[in-house]
Design a binder for this molecule. Structure first.
Ligand code: AMP
Length: 411
């Protein structure tokens, strides 16, 4: 299927062609027609699948014909709520790029920066607003945002918003929007709580499910190293010297772990950038820019800081710590192998993390290839996965994994 087969305005297709997108991705093929038909849609898709364009393109199209008639209108027509500032910036860049041949006005508001410039832009009138929940509520309470004429309401990365405790904020915001509107919910996974939220917010929704087997996992090599915890830094250095080249993202579970590894890699002469929740917005933006422009070849990150950030051409992922929530593993390795490119993910598992690997293998429904030949081997754990058990265990494991999620925020 070509983009021109989708009923999108010529000027949008022109912008898409300039973005060098040749064919719509799977999520785009499935979601765009439903959104254009003004349906409420629940999409489960990972980042990296092209999901931002899957909602941005039809939203621009739906608003396209109204733009000139209602040019002076100060009321927001489409609102995209997203959990992090980085995502807000990225989504805005997508909207700007695809709507460049329209008069639609878009902006992003998020915390951690001064309110005044955001208020000034809003005062001039905005059609499409991308926002993080806290700043959106602040600006709404101060009377800078009018949602009374909202036509399209989008929740992006809904599962992450839930994890970050934004659920009540979202419900609060939704109460200020008209009852009659189109609602779109995007989530990497649809755990029970998202399903409940969806039932209250989206009536008669169409479901579009792009599961990981069809997307991220397919073109990503996955390798597993069993080793003692104390040797993880040594193995990391060993692989960086001998095996892994190019742009690399290393995931660590804690902010402390990120800082510590950054110091070690810097001392060993690597160009490194890092992001986590304790760093200011300016520092995080600079780190991402440095990594994108190849000033830094390694980015070290916690999960929440990195989730959803669109960094293309990542050659390898290192799971320095194994995530305790199996879906996080899929999100992490989804940073590489994006938009059809191949990539490789290295996972370091110490004995205390063996159970996490079991949960991950259950989720991805296959064993990860174990590499025994490295300088710090230990015996593999006794569990051997039986493929036949995996599907029935699948749902159970998702639930148990979710209940294992830490209340305390380490990221
Ligand atoms: P997303 O899942 O929205 O974060 O998108 C992941 C990456 O895929 C981004 O760099 C997009 O610019 C890119 N992308 C989105 N749609 C397409 C497409 N149809 N063809 C090629 N790349 C795309």
């Amino acid at each position: 299927m070509q983009f021109k087969e989708l009923p999108l305005h010529q000027k949008i297709l022109k912008a898409v062609a300039e973005a060098r997108f040749h064919k719509p991705t799977l999520v785009q093929r499935r979601a765009i027609p439903e959104i254009l038909n003004k349906k409420n849609v629940i999409v489960s898709a990972q980042t990296g699948t092209g999901k931002t364009a899957a909602f941005a393109l039809p939203i621009i199209n739906l608003l396209f014909d109204k733009q000139d008639v209602e040019k002076d209108e100060k009321k927001i027509k489409a609102l995209v709520i997203t959990p992090t500032r980085e995502l807000a910036i990225q989504i805005l860049a997508n909207f700007k790029s695809y709507s460049k041949y329209s008069n639609l006005r878009s902006t992003a508001v998020f915390g951690g920066v001064s309110l005044e410039p955001q208020k000034e832009i809003l005062a001039k009138g905005v059609d499409i607003l991308i926002a993080t929940p806290g700043r959106l509520i602040d600006l709404h309470m101060q009377g800078n945002i009018d949602l009374s004429q909202l036509e399209i309401f989008v929740l992006d990365e809904a599962d992450l918003m839930l994890d970050m405790g934004f659920i009540n904020d979202i419900k609060k915001i939704e109460k200020h929007c008209p009852r009659k509107k189109q609602t779109l919910l995007f989530s990497a996974t649809i755990p029970e709580k998202i399903d409940e939220l969806a039932k209250t917010l989206l009536k008669n929704a169409v479901k579009v499910d792009i599961n990981p087997e069809e997307t991220t996992a397919k073109n990503i090599g996955q390798l597993l190293y069993y080793l003692p915890k104390k040797n993880k830094t040594d193995l990391c250095l060993h692989l960086l010297r001998n095996t892994i080249n190019g742009k690399i993202i290393i995931f660590r579970r804690t902010k402390f772990g990120v800082d510590k590894l950054e110091q070690t890699l810097l001392k060993n002469g690597y160009t490194v950038a890092s992001i986590h929740g304790d760093k200011s917005q300016g520092v995080r933006n600079k780190a991402i820019e440095d990594f994108k422009s190849k000033k830094a070849s390694i980015l070290i990150a916690t999960d929440v800081a990195a989730r959803g950030i669109d960094i293309t051409n990542v050659d390898a992922i290192i799971n320095f710590d194994i995530p305790n929530v199996p879906e996080t593993y899929v999100h992490r390795i989804g940073r590489t192998g994006r938009a059809g490119k191949s990539g490789i993910a290295f996972s370091f598992c110490s004995p205390d993390e063996n159970n996490y690997i079991k949960d991950i293998e259950t989720l991805i429904e296959k064993p990860i290839k174990v590499i025994d030949e490295h300088p710090y081997p230990i015996n593999k754990p006794k569990h051997t996965k039986k493929q036949s058990n995996t599907v029935s265990k699948h749902k159970k494991s998702r639930k148990s994994a979710a209940s294992k999620k830490k209340k305390k925020r380490w990221y």
